[in-house]
Design a protein around this ligand. Sequence first.
Ligand code: AMP
Length: 290
Amino acid sequence: MQTVTTIAELRRHLDAARAVGRTVGLVPTMGYLHAGHESLMVRASAECDDVVATIFVNPLQFGPGEDFAAYPRDLTGDVEVCRQAGVDVVFAPSVAQMYDPGFCSHVDVGAASLGMEGALRPGHFRGVATVVARLFAMSRAHRAYFGEKDAQQLAVVRRMTKDLGFPLLIVACPIVRESDGLAMSSRNVYLGAADRAASTVLVRALRSACHAFRRGERDRDRLLERARTVLASEPRAQVDYVELRSENDLAELPPGPVAGGRLLLAAKFVDGPRPVRLLDNMSLAGDGES
Ligand code: AMP
């Protein structure tokens, strides 16, 4: 496995791989890797000849006052996770390498970027779409791997890939959870002990609504109410949103009966070393959960 920090080195490696007909898989991350990221890399290495994992905390997707500077970083540990997961090249560029001083082109994705995270973090998906488009263009990967953990990001990336005509396949990977159900996230490290214990309320809220759906409840607002009631039982969770959207493009669903969909929620926990926002989501069909 090689670690490269420049676009030129990345291109050299991947051009050589493509020239002999090898398929390239891309796994974009912001590092501080955990088993969720690892699952994307393991899947990519099973499906592609060469896997490039990128580790880049992308300043464009953080708003003023967000945690860009405090985002956890551990390149040495990350390189080891990548090695174990079968990655061929780690691309860990500096900010200056990714964005030269004259950089001024951005990708704005429309409807998929509105609402939920897009409403709470103005400019966030513009930053995500821009860096992902750059990584697609510089890697010219055949497949790119994203987690369902960031379901709206996945919808934005799918839409952008289609709209801009990137010739690659987006592969969605299931959420990896801790044994108590909390979705793994690099930011979980900043949860204080009491908030960490309380944080399982997110998955409990999702499971409660999914359980109701499986027992026959079909009304959109009653399903949402199920999730909200569970969230309200945990005063440490400051809820940002709970939504039920259509499964693939996360379009809004009208009130009334639903045939299926994906529940998405976000909440803040503010009593630890730093405030932490957690996201989670689940298909009403249960994401394979029983
Ligand atoms: P991040 O480093 O948080 O930007 O995440 C990089 C990629 O890993 C994204 O596609 C995430 O959706 C994915 N990811 C993060 N956490 C998980 C998880 N718990 N399970 C599956 N995928 C994840």
